[in-house]
Structure formats: C-alpha cells, structure tokens
Design a binder for this molecule. Structure first.
Ligand SMILES: *Cc1c(COP(=O)(O)O)cnc(C)c1O
Length: 321
C-alpha cells in the first residue's frame, strides 16, 4: 500500500486550481425513483453536463495547462475514441495550442464533427487493424508534438480526480463510489481523491462485460490485454489498463464489476424517461451496475459518476426505444 503511486492527492488539488476557471462545476443529481430501484441513496455526478460533454475535459485541460512555452508553440497530439479528442481539441483552442487528433474511422459522427468544430486536425485509423499508440507516437516524433494520451498520464489522472473531489464537497462523503472504467484514468484519479477525502469509502470500477480486462487485471495482479471489445460503451473499448493507472487501481479500489450492453441500454432509458437527461452508453456503466443489483446498497449512500453524454441521436433513439 505504501508503493509510490503516479498521482498524489496534492496533484488533484493543484489540478482543481488549474481547471477552475475553465471546467464546469457539474451538478449532483438525485432521483427518488432511482433510489427505490437501487435500494439505497444515489448521488449522480452529472459529467454529461461537463464542457465538451464528458469528464475528459478535466484531465485534458490540466495536462495542457502544464505545457512549457516550447510545447505550447509546437502543439499537442492525441488518440481517442472520441471524448478525449473533443476535450483536447477544446482545451487546445482555449489555450491557443495546435491540436492533431488520431481517431478511429468508425468514431460516432457527432464526435468527429465536434472535434473538427473545435479547430483540431483529424488523422483517421482503423481500430481493428492499426495501433493508435504507434500512430500517435510517430506523429509526435515527426512534428515535435507533445502526446497527451487519454488515460495513462499522471496529469490526466489528477485532472479526472477533481470530479470525485467536487462530488464529496457538494454531497458529503458517500459509503461507496462507483466509476465507469475504460483505461482507468477516471477511476485512478477519483480513487486518489477518495482515499484522501473519505478513506472509508468503498471504490468500485465498472466496465463492459465484453471487455473485462480491468477485472482480470485486478484479480491477477498484472495488466491483462484483451481484443477490442464489441460493446455499445464506445468510451470503454480499451484493451488494457495503463502502467500508471493500474497500480493506483490495485492499491485503492475494492473491486471491478461488469455490466452487459442490455443493462446499459436500460439505464440510458431510465435517465431519459425518469430524469430527463441524455447519458451515453459508457456514461451509464456505474449506474447500470447499481440498477442491476450488483451491490447491496440498503441504507447506504452511493456516489455514481455519469461520465458523459455524447451519443449520436440516431444511435441513441435506437437504444432507448
Ligand atoms: C473515456 C471515458 C470513460 C472511461 O475513462 P477511462 O479514464 O479511460 O477509464 C468513461 N466514460 C466516458 C463517457 C468516457 O468518455
């Protein structure tokens, strides 16, 4: 437990200072119907209302804010299934930095359009045959750009941790905290904040059942890599945890849970119908786990991060109807 982790609580505090003028302080939402369904008190942190539509703005803005003058002059490159791309593109625009984004050719049209709309240059790749990390590294080397990856970077992780810190401040420390899991930037950053601010809080990551590399890694103690998972949770189609995120998750998280695509769609429908909010499939991971009864919440307060709200409307309609 005393292993040196890549992110400390002080880094999360520093990140809060850097992003405070730029990021939105998103609301904590509640619903009596949701509480009845889950059998406990649910505190939803609405990152679907964050700038660019997901929590990823926090980590991206924090990382880009720390660039040196030389790095700012050359620009940033990143790879992403969408939300990190928009977050970097918007952060770069706000900070006056050139951005090049490596995106899968099948990324949702709304995400591609939004990224372009922020003035970023897009480089497409095939997510089933090409390795995005390699393409990103090549562009970085050729053009002197600084690579800001979507999750495995201490500044990104610290930025994501601000989300949990705000939740605790606004709603008080919960008994449990459930967090969507892809590569683990959000989970690791929030776990660091939780460990400092509510040390008794149980922290769970929730990932798609089709890609349970996080659970396999957590249980085996080494980073397990899976094939690109086929799931509607496109923000969690990661194949492995990161070398910085994994040790934090191993040290501070209680367990990793999984949910099916059907359970995600059901949660999306609940948010649309009962709470009148659009939450994307990946953003529903944590909520779907409690609605599906994965944990006993009787008499307990659970913090749940709704991590994003970016989804093509046609796809959305197909899933909720
Ligand atoms: C990226 C993303 C996740 C997963 O975050 P990681 O830091 O990769 O674990 C979850 N939800 C949404 C909406 C995302 O965009």
């Amino acid at each position: 437990m005393d292993e040196i982790l890549a992110v400390a609580y002080d880094d999360v505090v520093a990140a809060r200072g850097r992003i405070s003028g730029a990021a939105r302080r998103t609301p904590v939402l509640t619903s009596a119907t949701a509480d009845a369904l889950a059998g406990g008190t649910l505190l939803f942190k609405g990152e679907n209302f964050q700038r660019a539509g997901a929590f990823k703005f926090r980590g991206a803005f924090n990382a880009l804010s720390r660039f040196t003058g030389e790095q700012k002059a050359a620009g940033v490159v990143t790879f992403s299934s969408g939300n990190h791309a928009q977050a970097v593109a918007l952060s770069a625009k706000l900070l006056g930095i050139r951005a090049v984004i490596v995106m899968p050719g099948d990324a949702p049209a709304a995400k591609v359009a939004a990224t372009r709309g922020y003035g970023a240059e897009i480089q497409f790749y095939d997510r089933y045959t090409e390795v995005r990390e390699e393409l990103g590294a090549k562009l970085a080397a050729e053009q002197g750009l600084t690579l800001v990856p979507p999750y495995d970077h201490p500044d990104v992780m610290a930025g994501q941790g601000t989300c949990a810190a705000e939740l605790f401040e606004d709603a008080g420390p919960p008994d449990l905290l459930l967090i969507p899991l892809g590569g683990g930037g959000l989970l690791s950053g929030c776990a660091v904040a939780a460990h400092a601010l509510c040390p008794d809080c149980e922290i769970y990551g929730v990932e798609p059942e089709a890609g349970d590399d996080g659970r396999q890694s957590f249980r085996s103690g080494r980073i397990v890599t899976v094939k690109t998972p086929q799931t509607i949770a496109d923000g969690a189609q990661t194949t492995h945890l990161g070398r910085f995120t994994f040790p934090v998750i191993r040290a501070l998280v209680k367990d990793i849970l999984t949910v099916t695509d059907a359970e995600l769609a059901q949660a999306m429908r609940f948010f649309a119908e009962r709470m009148k909010i659009v939450v994307e499939p990946t953003g529903c991971l944590a909520a779907a786990a409690v609605f599906a009864g994965r944990l006993d919440l009787a008499g307990r307060r659970a913090g749940i991060i709704l991590s994003g709200g970016n989804v093509d409307l046609e796809k959305y309609a197909g899933l909720i109807c």
